[in-house]
Design a protein around this ligand. Sequence first.
Ligand code: PLP
Length: 449
Amino acid sequence: MATPAAPAAGDNRPPSHLFYQARLRRPLASRAEGIYIWDETGRRVIDGSSGAMVVNIGHGNPRVLEAMKRQMEAATFIYRLHFENEPAERLAAALADRCPAGLDRVFFVSGGSEAVESCLKLARQYAVATGQGSRFKVISRFPSYHGSTLGALSVTGHAAFSAPFAPMMHEMPKIPAPTAYLDRDGLDMAARGRRYADMLEDEIRRQGPETVLAFIMEPIGGASTGALVAPDTYYPRIREICDRYGVLLIHDEVMSGAGRTGRYLGGDHWGITPDLVALSKGLGAGYVPLGAMIASEKLVRPVLDAGGFQHGFTYAGNPLASAAGLAVLDEIDAHDLMGNAARMGALLKARLEALKPRFPFIGDVRGKGLLLAVEFVSDPETMATLPRELNAHARVVDLAFERGLIIYSRRTRGGIDGDHFLVCPPMIVTAGEIDEIMAILDDTLLALA
Ligand code: PLP
């Protein structure tokens, strides 16, 4: 069969039989290296969002390409029910090493939704295996994003994403995300952090503790909240509350994990050990689809003893993906990319903060390491949002793209709408490249004003 011809110039349809929104029509990409992507006309664009916060070590990394080539020559796919494979074993050990003590069992998957889905199902099977069959509710936060499969969607706090599927899901209870920066209640941040954490205890009691299985949260928010960081008091209090009621704590580190925030896991900033971790994106860093659930032996043992985990995906733990994941970790270590993410993140955040006096519609700059967001407001005192019809979150992305910079945005904030964008370049970014990013952003914001 003949390959379909490329669309003629000016044809606004997607280039093939692919299925996505017309607004997302973009130029054809032809190659990528470091923090840059070139389109078919030779125009160079800075990948200021690392794709979707994925390409943490940059594009075209020779160490990863070489490791993948070597592994492809040896074996690409070995099914886990037939053989063990060394790259998967080594990657699991390397991940357990990087996680807090006690998180030592790794279950591979191919993406973030699969990682979250695996956490939910292991938690439930653990409850069943340990005589706690009445526990099935997973409390999560609003807004939040945990993935697009039905289980992950049921804990995602984003009404528009889940609405069409409501009859097909068991909608799970939600508590507000800790948007303490918006509160005008006279309390200090420490008190606000405790108050938001206590909302979990209230919800556990409302639901009936014997029915609550787990609480899932993004330690540092992703696109749904715009890199939301809770006050420091929030994190230990959440752990205490989970322990008090026998509720498992799941950290969704799909976006905040794998080193982007300057620590391997976002939760490491507060020294918290969750019961389960969902990891993806930066784990395979865009070279392969790769994700992982990391769990404590305490959870895994009873499930294995009761007959095994009733769950799994065909491509899980394949040697090619694992070899790529190992090379990504080696690259992070060899060049201290987590240290660079911390240093360059602090520099970029300070530069973004410095924009505030010139652009009064910048209400907040937040995040950690290279997971950073800028929020727009109509009034920095009241933090009132911009009118929805301005569509500022989409316009800023388009204006930046025209000027040669990719940023990432979504319109959500607390229970109401708000405009923010994320700036999350690869962890290899240099101070000179941050100058380039800032020059384009400056020009973008002038055009937006
Ligand atoms: N969890 C979080 C925090 C995410 O940011 C995402 C994706 O953006 C997911 C889960 C879902 O990951 P995937 O799109 O790889 O299924």
